[in-house]
Design a protein around this ligand. Sequence first.
Ligand code: PEP
Length: 245
Amino acid sequence: MSGGRDVYIVGNWKMNQSLEEIDSFLNQISTLNSNNHAWIAPQALHISKCLEKKPGFLKVGSQNCAHEDSGAFTGELSPKSLKEIGVHFTLIGHSERRSLYGEGDDLLYKKTLKALENNLYVIFCIGETLEEREAGKVEEVLSEQLSNGLRDINSKNVLIAYEPVWAIGTGVTASPEQASDAHKFIRNFIKENMKLDSQTTPILYGGSVKPENIKELLSNEDIDGGLVGGASLKADSYINLHKNA
Ligand code: PEP
C-alpha cells in the first residue's frame, strides 16, 4: 500500500459461526494490538451480539443492506436500523449477492446511496468471473461495475473491494501480477472517470487471502487491505492476518 493510506483487514463471515464460536473469537482477539483497521461482518442475526461483546477497536459491519430505510421489504436489512444499533459499515455487491440473489448494478447503486446517506461506510465489491477473464473482459467488467454501481458518488466513506469471483472461496489467489494489474486499472479508472478521490479511496483485495499470502499482496502499492472470508473465521488466523499485513 502507499500514498499514506490505512490498511484494512475485513472479515466476511458469510453464513457461518455459532454463538459459542463468536464468544471465543471475540475473547481471543481482545488483546490484538494492530495498526490496521480491524473490521468484521457477521451474519445479520449475530450483529447485536458482536456489538455487545466486541473490543473497542473492532468495527462491526453488515454483509448487505436494503435500498430503502423502511417499508414493505420482507427479509431485508434497513440501513437506518443498522446505523441505529451501531453498525459501522456494510458490504454491497458481494459476488454471492450478485450471482445468487440477482442483485444488479442499479439496485447496488441505490443501496450504496442509502447506506451513505445513513453514514455507514460502504465496501463496494466488484470482480470478474473466470469466463470473463478468459474472454479478456476484465477491464470491461470492472469499469461497468464501477461506473454503474458508483456512478456520480463522491464520498470518503466508500471503499472498493476487488474480488475476482474465481478466487473467492476456492483457495486460488490471484497472482501478485493479476492483482496488481486490476488494482492499478481500478485506481486509474476512478481517477479518469469517477468522482471518488482516486488517491484516498481504499481498494482492498479479496479472494483466498490468508496469513501466508497477505504480506505479498499488501506489498503492492495499490492494495490497501484484504476482504477475507474463510481465513477470518478463526481468531488465530485473523490475528495472524494482522500480524503479517
Ligand atoms: C469473501 O468472502 O469475500 C472472500 C474473499 O472469501 P475467501 O477469502 O474465503 O475467498
